[in-house]
Write a protein that binds this ligand. Structure first.
Ligand SMILES: Nc1ncnc2c1ncn2[C@@H]1O[C@H](COP(=O)(O)OP(=O)(O)O)[C@@H](O)[C@H]1O
Ligand SMILES: [Mg+2]
Length: 226
């Protein structure tokens, strides 16, 4: 598929004698939301980490926007992650010493955006995620659902072309989980970001355009009635 933004082909990755990926395939287009489903331990997170350039696969190829990620240096992949990718994990992984506003502004600061400009843009995203009132609070002073909204704002603040979300609602109750998903998908749609969404909940995967299932490190597409 020539119009795919990010793709992985025949990916293998083992941790010692444990095979985490054994020939996984993946492709996503610009603006598309793809859910990666499958039981615990099937290789979902490993696939996401490989696609995001965090983990180098033992073999296979990953192409992003015409570039071969597996052939890039560690420094090159780090720079690409900072400029093009956003991340949301199961537990927000916010920096506890920073205020929520500083947390959201951090990816911009790492891209050398000046503080004032970075915080103004961070504030806009916090408003969109309905958490502007938390700007001065620290992560230890807010709820799990609020923390995930801050994490989503932080992922989107650089206007990434791909958001990688690994069980982003896994620690939330269903009401908060649904709301965070709606905000994440809405924000990504409005900026044409693609979302690689790892989840084991079909209720959350239902927000995607397409689902793939990973089992024992192999992936396959799921046909879904519209
Ligand atoms: N850093 C690691 N070190 C050792 N084994 C790992 C590591 N990461 C994952 N694994 C193993 O690889 C397999 C796939 O894990 P993972 O990709 O985290 O699955 P999932 O996200 O679907 O639960 C599991 O058997 C897991 O124990
Ligand atoms: Mg996982």
């Amino acid at each position: 598929m020539t119009d795919s933004l990010l793709s992985g082909h025949d990916l293998h990755k083992a941790y010692g004698s444990t095979p985490a990926l054994a020939g996984a395939e993946f492709t996503i287009r610009s603006g598309e939301v793809v859910a990666i489903m499958g039981p615990s331990g099937s290789g979902k997170s490993t696939l996401l980490h490989c696609l995001a350039g965090i983990v180098r696969p033992d073999s296979g190829t990953i192409r992003y926007d015409g570039r071969d990620l597996t052939a890039m240096s560690d420094g090159g992949r780090s720079a690409l992650r900072r400029s093009d990718f956003g991340f949301v994990f199961q537990f927000g992984q916010l920096v506890p010493e920073l205020t929520c506003l500083e947390n959201v502004a951090l990816p911009l600061r790492l891209n050398a955006v000046r503080r004032k400009e970075a915080e103004a843009r961070a504030r806009e995203w916090m408003e969109r995620l309905e958490v502007a009132d938390l700007a001065r609070k620290r992560p230890g002073e807010i709820s799990g659902g609020q923390g995930q909204r801050i994490a989503v704002a932080r992922a989107l603040v650089i206007r990434p072309r791909v958001v990688f979300a690994d069980e982003p609602t896994g620690a939330l109750d269903s009401l908060n989980g649904e709301r965070v998903m709606q905000l994440l998908i809405g924000a990504a749609r409005s900026t044409d970001a693609a979302i690689v969404l790892v989840t084991h909940e079909s209720r959350i995967a239902a927000y995607s355009d397409r689902e793939i299932v990973v089992r024992d490190g192999r992936s396959r597409d799921m046909a879904r009635a519209a």
